[in-house]
Design a protein around this ligand. Sequence first.
Ligand code: FES
Length: 156
Amino acid sequence: MNRRNFLAKLTHFFSLALGALIALPVFRFLLESLKEQSDSSWVSISSADANIATDEFVQISFKRLVQNGWTRQLVEELVWVRKKADGSFIVFNPHCTHLGCAFGWNSNSKEFQCPCHGGKFDRDGKRIAGPPPRPLDRYETKVENNVLKIGKLMKA
Ligand code: FES
């Protein structure tokens, strides 16, 4: 090996080492943020024993940690929650599936009513009137250690 080859190989080796030094922290950051996202896909919203009457809807607010670029912030969100007779829960996203207006529960007529364009949904989230193109969006739910958690938002 002559001097020129030796210097070329040495330069190549240091280039690779420098590239690895730069890339490793970036990969570590990306892996950690992916892990955090998967860990935080379930959010605690309430005690499963909370004052939620069976078969009646209540609105619950909770805070979710949201990653926005390089920053994280707690964002307050709302959901509509119904405890079924078997102890399981139905949790609806509070935005109408037409154009996203906030809708309300009418406990007299037992239906959700959207004030924007007259959309109506039954207690299972099925559209019964107005322009909404699909049923209400609902979250995956589970109860762990007596805490009600929501997961992914499912669109019908
Ligand atoms: S946004 Fe609800 S009916 Fe249009």
